[in-house]
Design a protein around this ligand. Structure first.
Ligand SMILES: [Zn+2]
Ligand SMILES: [Zn+2]
Length: 943
């Protein structure tokens, strides 16, 4: 019995469906991976969002991709673990809390270290799970029972173990050198944290008087004149013939008024500026190297917060370089003041505009100041070599492949990693110093006394770079250094999904740490996806105000619509463009698809009886061409979607499944099969009665229901990873489903090669082509949908004729025909009854036994099949002739006008070549239209 009483709500309401379904998945433990499962594992670790973060579109994209992959592999029978968690995000989190304190009129220094940390913990405990809760709203199927935080005791233990091991291996050292310093965050930064930004700056040409020299002065060029207070030399390239005579002489440093040597060094670029460069060893990394080679003094002339100030304790700088007029000034204020002073002394030669890259703090965007200081470093070469070898051996690969070359270049030129930060929030560096005997060591426990002399000990005040904990994420989260069941089962993992911006910050370092500490790469494939941008191709960001809140999208259109849009919109290696000013248009495709799927589901589910035969119980002989075709399309879709997902072509998989569900299943098969589904007692459509298939009747019975149920079930499984909610909701309602069954745990559709049917594919494509051709003619002649027309299809082969005969009813109904004649067919010529009034006496194709009527339109299909549609009676021939003649006359006038222009020689001679070419192109197009119109006029028999 058909489930006549069965009905779904007419509108799909994502907000009513999604939260209860998610709760049900959680309750059933669908996302929880078991370490003792016999299934082969599949592991993704989440790029841990900052604990202060709120979900933005970048997270939306990144996590949807991960969820699609993890759901796909879970359905394929893998023990899928998607491990979630958050990062303590040293600078970022400390900044957030410092800003709160600043509003309260206090600072972290007022609070002191312990009270400040307590304050940060309070903040993190209150808000830290926000982003994880938001991920649930977009359907992320993370194993929440394994949620980790980089400051968890177990993860902190891993951090400490790694630090001590590296120390014992001699890979950690104290470096005295120029590092990137953020004067706002008051901490050093790694090379990667000090990001370059292209800027329109200025190049200042400054004259330094030369004592007893060949010229009264030399000219240096600099973008940072304020650093001249820290100059301890002027350098030229040793091969620079222009300036050779200056080497060994002295220059007088303006403003400071001291003498500095003129030296020769290979590091000088003779083509920059005048070939003379100022050397500021304490405030420039390159100058620092020159300073080491020439044993120069290295005075610091700025405070840590970027104000002009003589700093003691920086080694051998003589005091009193910063004059009272500049003391305490911010570096950029001082820059202007120094330029004024130089101008007054006649020592400013010129200022030029200058485009250059300036490093900014990646957390607060302040211009980074190079600064000489003492920091802890990790020697990276010994760690990088195995990581490079793993890539070259193919055990780690990148998608898209081009990132491999970037990785290789960076790993080949890797520099030591500055891991100390002058912050309080983070893992404190486990280095201890005895205040009595100065013994210094790294320790797994906090020692009370010096192991050598029993003297009192002090711990290093700094904390580790945030990335020093995240680079251990793939194994610290599984319990390492303890030998846990999780570690044994789920390490190494499989896929890492992230944005290219953190390839070096994070991905490369995870590969290094995994190989170094566990001897295995942490994952085999790194999928680097694009960036979310607005319609002007600008990266979405808070500061630009061009972002989209994914939770707004979920509220307005549902999580499935969000997921569909980001997946379908992101090809491998390309960016995702979204329009923040028009959410409706941006997310309409996703929402429309959900609605369409719902409507397909409503129709199909209402047609299916309580019990449907499985597809393999159906006698193949009872299948019609349409049945065989859609079953074959299902096989092709399974194969293509599976292959696409395996290759990270998520957009292609989504679109293939979309085409199957919407275009093939709904638009063609469901339409074709409708009369066969009609419940007992309901007469099939009039057209079907008039044009019975010959030989035999329309097959009925179990087959259409079984085919429909199988295909819809397959479509839902294939679509589930991308749109998990609506597919689960519909799948639950398929006949024969037991209550406890969940699509999220259902198997991925298996290929059934016996259902692949190439012949049916070709044959049904002919039927589709014939219907489309008739529909096109109907549209072209503006035949109203209610008007039934008569058509004649003349096949060129027996195979084609058989296809048309088999689906005669389908063609008749879908093309809204009053009669269909098949040339050479054994069926009866179309009956006269039912043809539209006015057509009765027409010179119809059928009436004259196969002679085409002049009043009609032809189309020729790819295989040569001729499709003819009688227009007499269907259109007002007289009026159509008039319309076509008017169009023809208008085109003739336009063409004449163009011809007149071309005959004027000055147009062809004077007009730009591309304008002439455009006009010629226009002429060709009009002529083409004219030919088509003329053919139509002939076909209609207009005089
Ligand atoms: Zn900063
Ligand atoms: Zn000691």
């Amino acid at each position: 019995m058909p489930r006549l009483t069965f009905a779904l709500p007419p509108q799909y309401d994502a907000r009513a469906v999604e939260p209860p379904l998610y709760a049900r998945w959680l309750e059933r433990g669908v996302f929880t991976a078991r370490a003792d499962s016999p299934r082969e594992p599949y592991v993704i670790v989440i790029p841990p969002p900052n604990v202060t973060a709120e979900l933005h579109m970048g997270h939306g994209l990144n996590n949807t991709i991960q969820d699609v992959l993890i759901r796909f592999e879970r359905m394929r029978g893998r023990e899928a673990l998607w491990l979630p968690g958050t990062d303590h995000a040293g600078i970022a989190t400390q900044n957030v809390v410092e800003r709160i304190l600043s509003k309260e009129g206090t600072t972290r220094f007022d609070l002191g270290r312990e009270a400040f940390l307590a304050r940060v913990w309070t903040y993190v405990r209150a808000t830290g799970s926000t982003i994880l809760e938001q991920l649930k709203q977009i359907g992320a199927s993370c194993d929440w029972s394994r949620t980790r935080f980089t400051l968890d005791p177990a993860l902190s233990r891993a951090v400490r173990e790694v630090f001590v091991r590296l120390w014992e291996e001699g890979l950690i050292y104290r470096g005295h050198r120029v590092i990137h310093w953020c004067p706002r965050c008051l901490t050093s930064l790694s090379d990667e944290e000090a990001e370059f930004q292209e800027e329109a700056g200025k190049l200042y040409h400054i004259r330094y008087p030369v004592e007893g020299g060949l010229a009264p002065f030399l000219t240096v060029a600099t973008t940072r004149p304020e650093t001249m207070l820290g100059d301890t030399a002027v350098a030229v390239h040793p091969g620079d013939k222009r300036h050779r005579g200056f080497v060994g002489k002295k220059a007088r440093l303006p403003i400071v008024g001291i003498e500095i040597p003129i030296i020769a060094d290979d590091a000088v670029d003779p083509t920059f500026g005048t070939g003379f460069v100022k050397v500021t060893p304490a405030h420039d990394a390159g100058d620092f190297e020159i300073g080491l080679r020439h044993k120069l003094e290295m005075p610091l002339i700025m405070s840590e917060d970027g104000r002009m100030e003589d700093q003691s304790g920086s080694g051998k700088g003589e005091a009193g370089r910063v004059p009272p007029a500049l003391r305490g000034l911010d570096r950029f204020v001082a820059r202007d003041k120094i330029v004024e002073m130089l101008e007054a002394e006649g020592l400013l030669e010129k200022i030029e505009p200058h485009q250059h890259a300036v490093r900014h703090c990646y957390r607060c965007d302040t211009v980074v100041e190079p600064r000489l200081s003492d920091q802890w470093f990790v020697k990276m070469k010994p760690l990088a070599e195995p990581a490079l070898a793993a890539y070259r051996a193919g055990t780690v690969r990148f998608v898209p492949e081009r990132w491999g070359a970037t990785y290789e270049h960076w790993m080949t030129n890797i520099r030591d990693w500055n891991i100390s930060r002058q912050l309080w929030w983070g893992h404190r560096i486990p280095v201890f110093t005895c205040t009595a005997c100065r013994h210094q060591w790294a320790d797994r426990q906090n020692p009370d006394r010096c192991p050598r002399c029993d003297g009192p000990v002090e711990q290093d005040p700094d904390v580790l770079d945030t990335w020093f904990s995240s680079w251990l994420w793939p194994f610290s989260t599984l319990g390492w250094p303890a030998d846990t069941p999780d570690l044994r089962r789920f390490y190494p993992g499989h896929t890492l999904v992230t944005a290219p911006e953190i390839l070096f910050f994070w991905v490369a370092r995870m590969i290094m740490s995994g190989l170094h500490f566990l001897g295995r790469e942490p994952f085999r494939t790194v999928y680097l996806h694009g960036t979310v941008r607005d319609t002007q191709h600008r990266k979405m960001s808070k500061s630009l105000g061009n972002g989209i809140d994914p939770l707004d999208v979920v509220r307005l259109y549902g999580a499935d619509a969000l997921r569909w849009t980001v997946v379908a919109g992101t090809a491998v290696g390309s960016d995702l463009m979204l329009d923040p000013d028009d959410l409706d248009a941006t997310f309409a495709p996703g929402r429309n698809f959900a609605n369409k799927l719902w409507n397909i589901g409503r129709f199909i589910l209402a047609q299916l009886p309580e019990r449907v035969e499985p597809i393999d119980a159906i006698d193949p002989k009872s299948l019609t061409l349409a049945d065989r075709w859609i079953l074959s399309r299902a096989q092709a879709t399974i194969a293509e979607a599976t292959a696409s997902l395996e290759q990270f072509r998520l957009d292609e998989a989504a679109k293939r499944c979309f085409d199957f569900a919407w275009k093939e299943l709904a638009d063609w098969y469901v339409e074709a099969v409708k009369p066969r589904l009609a419940p007992d007692g309901t007469p099939p459509s009039a057209a079907a009665r008039r044009a019975p298939a010959a030989p035999g009747d329309i097959p009925s019975g179990a087959a259409p229901h079984a085919v429909l149920a199988y295909c819809f079930d397959t479509a839902l499984r294939l679509l589930h990873p991308v749109v998990p909610f609506i597919t689960e909701e519909l799948w639950q309602k398929l006949p024969g489903r037991r209550d406890e069954e969940l699509l999220a745990l259902a198997p991925w559709p298996a290929a059934r090669p016996e259902l692949a049917d190439a012949e049916a594919g070709v044959a049904f494509a002919r039927v589709q082509e014939a219907v489309s051709a008739i529909r096109n003619i109907r549209a072209e002649y503006r035949i109203p949908p209610s008007t039934r027309v008569r058509a004649k299809v003349t096949a060129t082969t027996d195979a084609a004729r058989r296809a048309f005969e088999g689906e005669r009813e389908t063609i008749t109904r879908l093309a809204q025909l009053g009669a269909l004649a098949l040339d050479g067919s054994r069926g009866q010529p179309p009956a006269e009854d039912g043809t539209p009034p006015g057509a009765a006496g027409a010179r119809g194709a059928a009436a004259e036994g196969g002679v085409p009527s002049p009043a009609g339109a032809h189309a020729v299909l790819a295989d040569g099949t001729d499709v003819f549609v009688a227009l007499e009676g269907a259109v007002d021939v007289g009026r159509e002739c008039k319309r076509l003649s008017d169009d023809l006359a208008r085109l003739d006038r336009q063409l004449a006008g163009l011809a007149a222009r071309f005959t004027k020689s000055e147009f062809v001679e004077r007009a730009p070549a591309d304008v002439v070419a455009r006009e010629r192109e226009k002429e060709r197009a009009w002529q083409e239209q004219r030919r088509a119109l003329a053919n139509k006029l002939t076909a209609l028999g207009c005089s």
